[in-house]
Write a protein that binds this ligand. Structure first.
Ligand code: SF4
Length: 370
């Protein structure tokens, strides 16, 4: 699809999409770049067109949620960010040797630290690809500090910045994820490790695209997770296999509806311009894009409280969670579920209805015995 200019000249599709996304964001608003954390969350809920469009347009969802009157408190505090940055600097100290020690390499002969500076994300991604190729050809240890990788998401490019990528002399590339949550007695909080693994899988996916066009390169499907040891500030590391997260992320990102299709379905004139629009206008704009709320959103998206309120108001069973939704078959509202359980509606032959009635009978029996 292409758009016409006044002169009759056609714009290429990517330019048209960029213009449309800028309109939706608000022309004066600076786009918020997508990071791997956001991409992993997007992949976890590929059916949510609202998040796909807001993230694709670079809308500041934290500011949007605040203006909608439903701030989520989601995200890291300034204190946590500063602590994380200080720990990361410590891990990368000594010309990368500390990090290689954590990888099990005691005395590397030499470690290259290529300069990855370039103009803009596209330039930095190209510089990173060149540095990876040169390091692989040289057959030496190299440590790429905050490289830039590119992936296409729903038809639009997204730039990602892992903490570190290590190039091994045999041509293997390993993603290093540095986190500030503690590893106590060799293990860390499983939920936090899971989130870090999903994030790292996005980097492995993006790195794989560069490796595919680099002779002699392979990407390790295990990442190195570096955390503070026990309650100290000393770094310790553990190898995390991300093959499962990688295949889930690959599949889910492929399922994302293309951004053009979602943007085309939004009426002209609708905008998410947080600086210019009133709360009422923004509420109407957000409602113009379908959402797919699930309780998992509470840990992954800034709009969770807003979408939860809407899902509850609509009485939909999705608000109870995806697994419950799956169990309830054709019953789509909580009102229908309650009516089926009480025997007022529903086909008794339907296994979901039969299970609800059995549960209701057991509950009545249990209450009668008290
Ligand atoms: S909170 Fe709302 S916008 Fe965010 S992923 Fe969930 S449903 Fe989508």
């Amino acid at each position: 699809m292409s758009a016409s200019l006044d002169s009759g000249r056609q714009l290429p599709p990517q330019t048209t999409l960029r213009h449309r996304l800028a309109e939706l964001r608000g022309p004066a608003s600076v786009p918020r770049p997508l990071d791997a954390r956001a991409l992993a969350a997007l992949a976890a809920n590929p059916g949510c067109k609202r998040r796909a469009l807001l993230d694709g347009a670079g809308v500041d969802k934290t500011a949007l949620a605040e203006k909608l009157g439903s701030p989520s408190g989601f995200g890291q505090s300034q204190f946590a960010i500063a602590r994380g940055n200080a720990f990361e600097a410590k891990v990368k100290a000594d010309g990368g040797r500390e990090l290689l020690r954590l990888l099990g390499v005691e005395e590397p002969s030499a470690v290259d630290l290529p300069d990855l500076a370039a103009a803009g994300p596209q330039g930095r991604a190209a510089r990173t690809a060149l540095a990876l190729r040169e390091a692989t050809e040289a057959g030496r240890w190299a440590l790429l500090d905050h490289p830039m990788l590119a992936v296409e998401v729903a038809g639009a490019p997204v730039y990602l910045e892992p903490d570190v990528v290590v190039v091994h002399p045999d041509g293997r590339w390993t993603v290093v994820e540095i986190k500030s949550f503690p590893m106590i007695d060799g293990s860390a909080d499983a939920a936090k490790v899971g989130a870090a693994a999903r994030q790292a899988a996005v980097y492995v996916l993006a790195l794989g695209r560069v490796a595919a066009v680099t002779e002699g390169a392979t990407v390790a499907h295990s990442v190195l997770l570096v955390c503070p040891k026990d309650f100290s500030n000393l770094p310790t590391a553990s190898v995390v296999d991300v093959r499962k997260q990688l295949s889930v992320t690959r599949r889910q990102l492929a399922r994302l509806t293309r951004l053009e299709e979602i943007a085309d379905a939004v009426p002209q004139g609708v905008t998410f311009d947080v600086a210019e629009c009133s709360a009422e206008q923004l509420t109407a704009a957000v409602e113009a894009v379908p959402h797919a709320y699930a309780p998992e959103c509470l840990a992954a998206c800034e709009l969770a409280f807003h979408c939860r309120e809407r899902a509850r108001a609509a009485d939909v069973v999705e608000a109870l969670g995806r697994s419950v939704r799956g169990e309830l078959g054709g019953l789509t509202t909580i009102g229908e579920v309650l009516a089926a359980a009480r025997g007022e509606a529903g086909d008794p032959e339907d296994p979901a209805v039969a299970a609800l009635r059995r549960a209701q009978a057991l509950r009545t029996e249990a209450l009668a015995c008290r």
